[in-house]
Design a protein around this ligand. Structure first.
Ligand code: ATP
Ligand code: MG
Length: 234
């Protein structure tokens, strides 16, 4: 066995194909996708509706198995893993945030984050949840019920929940899609800080040009494939 090198991608997809089958109907969502994400890298995934962005993210997050191809999460090939082994790899490496938050709306921000810390097996959940809420700029809103928070604040609580396991990679699917531009800005600032201060790698699916421009690299998808255009001039 070879030792992991420091530049081993935290996430790697190799020639990934995904075909959804519903009865006689087959939809080819990914047609041979290659994508390597380096530690600490911030990548935006862009492309028209239906081109396969969410499918790519679900496969990168180990939520959906590819029809063919290689997927490595945190340097581990996941194809041979059982569901419980895969859960463990995900818990050790990944956080995920989606367009609609999956918070408990009757609980406070603090309680949501504390629960996530406990589920991630963390000790001293009270202290860590304070730190996590501070890291998303919400320490003053910690005791507020989620149902009373704004959309942008809820998304920042969702980020705090997603990073409760201190993941190396955060996967984000259209997390500013339903927000006004000010709230979206505060969520994007939070992501920037996470990348700069924690060294978290981020893969963000977005239709928002401002969000895409903040990433270190933009990946464009068309019809289930990553477009390989001329070299990035940014
Ligand atoms: N569970 C599923 N079963 C069958 N087909 C699916 C399923 N999920 C996605 N698809 C199909 O796969 C293709 C890619 O869908 P996907 O959701 O990955 O696109 P997307 O780029 O995220 O689109 P959007 O920007 O609208 O969110 C589409 O044709 C979609 O209809
Ligand atoms: Mg999508």
């Amino acid at each position: 066995m070879t030792a992991a090198r420091v530049d081993t991608p935290v996430l790697s997809l190799g020639d990934v194909i995904k075909v959804y089958k519903e009865g006689p109907i087959e939809t080819v969502a990914l047609r041979g996708v290659h994508l390597d994400i380096a530690p600490g890298e911030y990548v935006a995934i862009c492309g028209p509706s239906g081109c396969g962005k969410s499918t790519l993210l679900a496969i990168a997050g180990g939520l959906t198995r590819p029809t063919a191809g290689r997927v490595q999460i945190g340097g581990r090939e996941i194809s041979g893993l059982s569901e419980s082994e895969l859960s463990e790899v995900r818990r050790a490496t990944l956080g995920m945030v989606f367009q609609s938050d999956n918070l408990f709306s009757w609980m406070s921000a603090q309680e949501n984050v504390e629960l996530a810390v406990r589920l991630a097996g963390g000790s001293d959940a009270r202290r860590l949840s304070h730190e996590l809420l501070a890291s998303v700029g919400l320490e003053s809103r910690a005791r507020e019920r989620v149902s009373k928070l704004s959309g942008g604040e809820r998304q920042r609580v969702s980020i705090a929940v997603a990073i409760a396991n201190q993941p190396r990679v955060l996967l984000a699917d259209e997390i500013t899609g339903e927000l006004d531009s000010k709230s979206a800005g505060s969520v994007l600032d939070t992501i920037d800080r996470l990348v700069a201060e924690q060294g978290t790698a981020v893969i963000a699916v977005t239709h928002n040009p401002e969000a895409a421009a903040r990433a270190m690299r933009q990946v464009d998808m068309v019809d289930g494939k990553i477009e390989t255009g001329p070299p990035d001039e940014r």
